[in-house]
Ligand binder design. Structure first.
Ligand code: PLP
Length: 395
């Protein structure tokens, strides 16, 4: 007998993961080269060579008791200090190791910060379309997620509706920039407007509202577009970062939270996050990966590979008559479906061996997400299938 809450989670278990599994079955049936799996955000670029070099160096030369032992729940002090200094150099901020808490990826970081601040019935606002796991993360702590409606065609947050949805119970707002699933980068103008609304509402209600920036895609931005660093615009900003996408290390589970000195109730917040990391069962982020990160702060993957895929796919799909948002970041293309029912559209696509994710998974029906972090050759091979899909809708 599993817990009642879990029954619901299992039934609603990620459509994306299910599709990934189905893709593997289809590949066995039709041959891998005849299935076009655009379902999962699994990086296709290689981790930089510095990662392997660091692993070998650390395994060979680090004191084994330090390498494999317990540590402060927030992580190694020297790693956190190195990250703080690297951020200060890049963003002209003033962090030190006390502002950094190493986490088990962005997912671990989000759960840590939400556990630290959410009481039952507290509200957390997210802008649709958004990463569906936010619903589960907020529910983990009996919070209530409040969605702001999608804002096509720009998919920048709808500021007016946002202001209307803030209540005295609003404890946090999550934004994801660059965005999964739209590929949109929220502009500096948007961030300033969000910050202004939040400042005003904090004053009006006498509350603290934390703005949580979920930033696993920060490094994946194209055409020189700037991704604003949130702590520079709003005192109660908390940044959740991850190396899953930026260094192609999603299986290694490594990231960090930035909690600035300026955040409301800073000392207690840091103490709570530290304890949350422990009692959620993470205890601390993986020790080897923390030490690897310290050696790879200036390393990067080759994002030109994603950039090439982005243009290739966008040009093809728009030429076929599909309406697409041109991605500025991350590795997803957001496309309007040729019929209102996005699930039916994705099911139709499957007839042509195309695996794409319905927008309903991101609280935004009428669209699909196409992950282009795949082999370029697969994108090219998929064109005939997309042509058939377009024809089947009379495009
Ligand atoms: N947030 C968003 C928007 C994501 O797309 C993902 C992963 O795809 C995560 C968080 C989780 O990332 P991590 O692997 O670092 O836990």
């Amino acid at each position: 007998m599993i817990a009642k809450k879990m029954v619901k989670y299992v039934e609603g278990s990620s459509v994306i993961r299910a599709m990934f599994e189905e893709g593997k079955k289809m590949a066995a049936k039709y041959g891998a080269e005849n299935v076009y799996d655009f379902s999962l955000g699994n990086p296709s670029t290689l981790p930089p060579k510095e990662v392997n070099e660091a692993i070998i160096d650390i395994a060979s030369n680090e004191d084994p008791n330090r390498l494999h032992g317990y540590m402060n729940n927030s992580g190694f002090e020297d790693v956190r200090e190195a990250i703080a200094q690297s951020l200060n150099k890049r963003f002209d901020t003033h962090f030190s190791q006390k502002n950094i808490l190493m986490t088990v990826g962005a997912a671990g970081g989000l759960n840590v910060i939400l556990k630290s601040i959410i009481d039952p019935e507290d509200e957390v606002i997210a802008f649709a379309p958004y990463f569906g796991e936010y619903n589960n993360y907020v529910a983990n702590f009996d919070g209530k997620i409040v969605a702001v409606s999608p804002n096509p065609p720009s998919f920048q947050p709808n500021i007016k509706e946002f202001a209307e949805k803030i209540t005295p119970k609003t404890k946090a707002v999550i934004i994801n920039n660059p965005n999964n699933p739209t590929g949109v980068v929220y502009s500096e103008k948007t961030i300033k407007e969000l910050a202004k609304v939040l400042e005003d509402k904090q004053k009006e209600y006498g509350t603290a509202i934390y703005l949580i920036a979920d930033e696993p895609y920060r490094e994946l931005a194209y055409d020189g577009v700037e991704v604003p660093y949130l702590t520079k615009y709003y005192d109660n900003a908390i940044v959740g970062y991850s190396y899953s996408k930026s260094l192609s290390l999603p299986g290694e589970r490594i990231g960090y939270l930035v909690i600035p000195d300026e955040a409301d109730d800073f000392e207690n917040l840091i103490a709570a996050a530290n304890v949350a990391n422990r009692i959620l069962g993470f205890v601390n982020a993986p020790s080897l990966q923390q030490l690897v990160i310290k050696k790879c702060l200036d390393a990067s993957t080759d994002i030109s590979i994603y950039d090439t895929n982005r243009t290739l796919l966008y040009d093809k799909l728009t030429s076929l008559g599909f309406e697409c948002v041109k991605p500025q970041g991350a590795f997803y293309l957001w496309m309007k479906t040729a019929e209102p029912d996005d699930v039916a559209f994705a099911t139709k696509a499957k007839e042509f061996n195309l695996l794409i994710v319905p927008g309903s998974s991101f609280m935004c029906p009428g669209y699909v997400r196409i992950a282009y972090c795949v082999e370029k050759a697969m994108i090219e091979r998929s064109f005939a299938a997309f042509e058939k899909l377009a024809q089947s809708y009379g495009l």
